[in-house]
Design a protein around this ligand. Structure first.
Ligand code: UDX
Length: 441
């Protein structure tokens, strides 16, 4: 099939590369000329594992093209997919101005028989609204854009794109359903067909539920600390119940990223606009906001006044395998540390100068050992797997004060204590319990 895609962020580009790999002829548009030039030369402008290879092979196979002109984009495309950013607008609903601008840009070249797919996460009703915009730009025509939310996780977007757990299609015309099914014919996943507002709500409800799981386990972790109970074992025991499931029960410094904070803010605000106060969702956000402060309080409890103290930060991205700093707990924690007049030494395997734009006071270390040199305390903010393999005895000897706050519960508490660290995790006050293998007949 011939597919046109608007937007080359991680969703747009991953979708484009995946569809090209599946054999479709894909043309991508972005108004950012510099970005398009990079992409034409097989350079991915952000860190996303596996995307470079996919981009290179599909450019070479000539299944992928990049443009900056809307005029050339849609021509004979059967499907036009819109994947532009819908950024946060404070605590209000997501900003859909880029989406509106894209529709205005494309309108002169679109035909009503083409299938228009909205992949952006935008307030419920936006896909139908796109149809209204098109109608007013081309009077006398009928438009029924499709909502096809994406569920890609940064850092594993390529895998998620080829192996989705479900495909959700919010459609109003049979022809669009047939084309959308054809688009994904080689993907082995159940398809749920519904109307556009329901598809949009599925996306919001899914992200809100995952965020709720994280705030739930963080709240349980905070309670665990009062009872000397280890939350990692509690989460393991809970997760054995298939009704609960074992994912998204990792307590820590809280969720960040470009989706959960923004999607919760949108859902809360659109509900309030309709006169409903979503108290549960408001609490999810509140627990998450406090979680960064909790980590800092632990540091203060061990070190007292942080003024003039040197604090090492390991991990800056909002999660491993990405360089994304949007709503990263590291940004909030460093701001609080700067307010307390602490000196910061930070290391992240992929984030570099972008962090200094957000926090100019930080010293960006060359590695974890450089970051921890002479530090009074250390906070782990991202669970990069390679941090487990560091020479922790060396880090212990480099630090002035061996206070280790594991904001991701990624290290073995007992081992760290044996090495001489004062170890504080999240919900892990108790010594790690022994595991007994009991078999009761
Ligand atoms: C999320 C959704 O998972 C994805 O389906 C949607 O399309 C976009 O939003 P993403 O933001 O890339 O994806 O990251 P995700 O892996 O969901 O993690 C979000 C945040 O939650 C990260 O900061 C992560 O560290 C945190 N998290 C996750 C926890 O604190 N505990 C957990 O158990 C899981």
């Amino acid at each position: 099939m011939k597919v046109a895609i608007v937007g080359t962020g991680y969703v747009g580009l991953t979708t484009a590369c995946t569809l090209a790999e599946l054999g479709h002829a894909v043309t991508c548009l972005d108004i950012d000329e510099q970005k398009i030039n990079m992409l034409k030369q097989s350079q991915v402008p952000f860190h996303e594992p596996g995307l470079d290879e996919l981009l290179k092979s599909n450019l070479e196979a000539q299944r992928l093209r990049f443009l900056t002109s809307a005029r050339e984009l849609t021509g004979d495309a059967e499907i036009v997919i819109v994947c532009v950013g819908t950024p946060a607008s404070g605590t209000g609903p997501a900003d859909i101005s880029q989406l509106k601008h894209s529709v205005e840009l494309l309108a002169p070249y679109l035909q009503p028989q083409q299938t228009i797919i909205n992949k952006c996460t935008a307030p419920i009703g936006t896909t139908d609204l796109m149809g209204e915009w098109l109608k007013s730009l081309q009077p006398g025509t009928e438009w029924h854009p499709v909502s096809n939310p994406e569920f890609l996780r940064e850092g594993s977007a390529v895998h998620d794109s080829f192996h989705p757990e479900r495909i959700v299609l919010g459609v109003r015309r049979k022809v669009d359903l047939e084309r959308a099914l054809d688009l994904y014919r080689d993907i082995d996943a159940p398809v749920l067909v519904t109307d556009p507002p329901t598809a949009e709500m599925i996306k919001y409800a899914s992200n809100a539920f995952l965020a709720t799981k994280i705030s739930f386990i963080n709240e349980i972790a905070n309670i665990c600390e009062h009872f000397g109970v280890d939350v990692t074992t509690v989460a393991e025991g809970m997760g054995m119940d298939t009704r609960i499931g074992n994912q998204f029960l990792q307590a820590g410094v809280g969720y960040g990223g470009s989706c959960f904070p923004k999607d919760l803010a949108t859902l809360i605000s659109v509900a309030q606009e309709k006169g409903y106060t979503p108290r549960l969702l408001q609490s999810v956000v509140e627990v998450n906001t406090d979680q960064g402060v909790t980590v800092l309080r632990k540091l203060e409890k061990e070190l007292g006044d942080l003024s003039g103290k040197t604090i090492a930060l390991l991990g800056l991205s909002f999660k491993p395998h990405t360089d994304d700093l949007r709503n990263a707990p590291s940004v909030i924690v460093s701001q609080l540390l700067v307010e307390r007049k602490a000196y910061l030494r930070a290391y992240d395997p992929v984030v570099s100068t972008a962090f200094t734009h957000l926090c100019p006071q930080v010293y960006l270390a060359t590695d974890a050992y450089d970051a921890t040199q002479g530090a009074d305390g250390l906070i782990i903010l991202t669970d990069w797997p390679q941090f487990k393999l560091l020479n922790w005895a060396r880090i212990r000897s480099l630090m002035k004060n061996p206070v280790l706050i594991d904001g991701r519960n990624m290290l073995n508490k007992r081992v760290m204590e044996q090495l001489g660290f004062t170890y504080r995790g999240v919900g892990r006050i108790a010594p790690e319990p022994r595991r007994y293998k009991l078999r009761i007949l």
